[in-house]
Design a protein around this ligand. Structure first.
Ligand SMILES: [Zn+2]
Length: 228
């Protein structure tokens, strides 16, 4: 499994639309891309991730869905948008510790191909509609920064060091809580069962990761401040 990394926020790759994924002549197995992208998105703690955010030259993104887990969307096209809009706080995995109020259509119609190359059409609303609009922007080389007013952008840039400090402090608290939990676990199990303690240690590391991922949301007040 290849471990995708987020590319630098200043990179032109984020500002350039990648080419369509060619199912007739694929350079890579789309199933592998979907799997690796889903793994990377979880590792970064997001709910959506576009291929060009990790430097892959394809029009595709992954998104967490309510019913099907994380799904890969290839060659997505938003074919209709509602006039009705929402103004909600958004974050982006490529720009950590920046949160901006962004106006998006409430309902959209999306055409895409799945990882088998099958074509689908979907009507989405709420968080899914917002997330898809954010990811399709990425695949057009458009950043959420460009959708905010200059004033709000300046405020978010100014607040960035404070947001970063808040996140790092939370991560420190979580690490201490984990240490205490592990020590209590060890004390109650006694010293004899070394293997068991090892196993518990691994599990609590996982659950700490999940708490961190959730913190990205809860720490910033609204549900919509999830990083994508
Ligand atoms: Zn993003």
């Amino acid at each position: 499994m290849s471990m995708y990394q987020l590319i630098e926020e200043a990179s032109q790759v984020l500002r350039t639309p990648p080419p369509e994924f060619d199912f007739e002549n694929p350079k890579e197995d789309p199933k592998e891309i979907e799997k690796n992208m889903a793994e990377a998105m979880d590792r970064f703690g997001g709910i959506g991730l576009s291929a060009n955010q990790v430097g892959l030259p394809y029009k595709m993104f992954v998104m967490k869905t309510a019913d099907k887990g994380t799904v890969g969307f290839f060659n997505p096209k938003i074919t209709r948008v509602s006039q009705d809009t929402d103004l909600l706080k958004e974050g982006c995995l490529s720009f950590p510790d920046m949160y901006l109020m962004i106006k998006r259509s409430k309902v959209i119609e999306l055409e895409y191909q799945d990882s088998d190359g099958e074509k689908h059409s979907l009507v989405l609303e709420g968080m899914a509609a917002r997330c898809v609009q954010h990811e399709c922007d990425h695949l057009s080389g458009i950043l959420f920064l460009q959708r905010a007013s200059r004033l709000k952008l300046e405020r978010a840039l100014k607040a960035r060091p404070k947001e970063r400090k808040k996140r790092l402090e939370y991560e420190k608290r979580a690490a201490i809580a984990k240490f205490i939990a592990e020590r209590n676990e060890e004390a109650s199990n006694g010293d004899a069962e070394v293997k068991q303690v090892d196993k518990v240690g691994t599990e609590s590391r996982d659950s700490q990761h999940n708490e961190n991922a959730m913190d990205n949301r809860s720490d910033n007040d609204t549900e919509s401040s999830i990083s994508r």
